[in-house]
Design a protein around this ligand. Sequence first.
Ligand SMILES: C[S@@+](CC[C@H](N)C(=O)[O-])C[C@H]1O[C@@H](n2cnc3c(N)ncnc32)[C@H](O)[C@@H]1O
Length: 428
Amino acid sequence: MRGAGVGDGLGEGVGDGVGVCARASNGSFDAMRPAAPSAGRLLTKFRLAMFASFARGVLVFFFIWFWGQMQMEMHAEITTEGIKYAGSKLKLLPHILRLAQKVQPLTVFDGFSGTTRVSQAFAQAGYRVIANDIAVWSKVFAECYLLSPRPREHYNDLIDHLNSLPGRHGWFTEHYGNSDGLKKPWQRHNTLKLDAIREKIEQLSGHEKSVALTSLILAMDEVDNTIGHYASYLSEWSPRSYREMKLRLPRIIPTIKEHVVNQADIFDVVSAIDADLAYYDPPYGSNNDKMPPSRVRYASYYHLWTSICLFDKPDLFGKAKRRADTSDTLSASVFEDFRRTDTDRFVVVEAMERLLKQTRTKHIILSYSSGGRATADELNDVIKSSGNLLEVVEVDYQRNVMGGMRWTHEWVRDAEGKNREFLFLIEK
Ligand SMILES: C[S@@+](CC[C@H](N)C(=O)[O-])C[C@H]1O[C@@H](n2cnc3c(N)ncnc32)[C@H](O)[C@@H]1O
């Protein structure tokens, strides 16, 4: 009976002093009537107070809901584009944007911009972006998407003209389109088009060149014969490789903010970066000592994009005909190193420590893909010593679901699972 009296939704006498509660405990509703005339006024006041706090609660709820809807709608309009890329953060964009929103930055530094999908999303969300990557193709993409001064349509004629060029034999067909018994990244009809278009692009400069190169790389990415990188090629032609490559207009972002684009080793620029938030998505070496150091090597995986951007017709080596300057000994990034230092710490974790220390932004969002308990343990120590860990987001990539928030070092345990992706929001 007591339960029914207390929870019937009418609140009869519930807040009317200790005495009422005590009397209610005998289970009789009669016993819950006010004991004195002043008790009635108190009851009315109490009801009003209850109603006011209920109304406040409802208002707050609707405000949060409405704000959430606004954010979702705002982010729903955000569309990015890019090549197939190991470690692309396309699926994490909503989570990255949500974390960024929390710290309300004006300027965001994307230190390892890769495909520039994250930079594109930041720019569309209204932030000023400083994009940086060591790779030349990333610089070209960022120039195209963030710095092109003209509206998209301005480049229409240029793209149409490039599409209309008849194919011709050149450096790319010579090395990647001939039947010499080796597997190929593209079919010949597409390397002939590539040669003709790339030759023509050499006559362009500035933003027009960046737009044309980006469009060309996107088009070649759509007809490739690979599993997503160019360190090896498929033995059977992929169905998409039969298609005719076709340039499309890249989704250039209208220039509202004065974005900046760098192509540099992060350590050469980080201490000079003046921004509110840094987003770091470094490659991360494996902690598996049996893995070759070239597990994911961006320079060698995407050597063909470098050759298209630079058009420098470099010396080549190996069955995949990689650029000579992408051999393991020449182009390793410290973030791709899987080994330990003399002090028995992972090279990549020490690099992260140096990077976080040298960063001047107040907030950092750090991406980490599961690579094993040991790296995660050391990284956790580095994060703790570099600032305040405000939030951890864990995403199960394979199932494409957010595994939930982790507020403590608990995430380290999950780092052993495969296909886990973490985002750390750190306050310096
Ligand atoms: C995991 S990917 C970044 C992916 C990117 N966030 C995206 O969504 O496309 C890592 C990037 O780090 C770049 N990189 C490797 N070492 C670097 C260094 N020392 N300085 C700057 N960039 C580096 C690689 O070229 C690669 O594009």
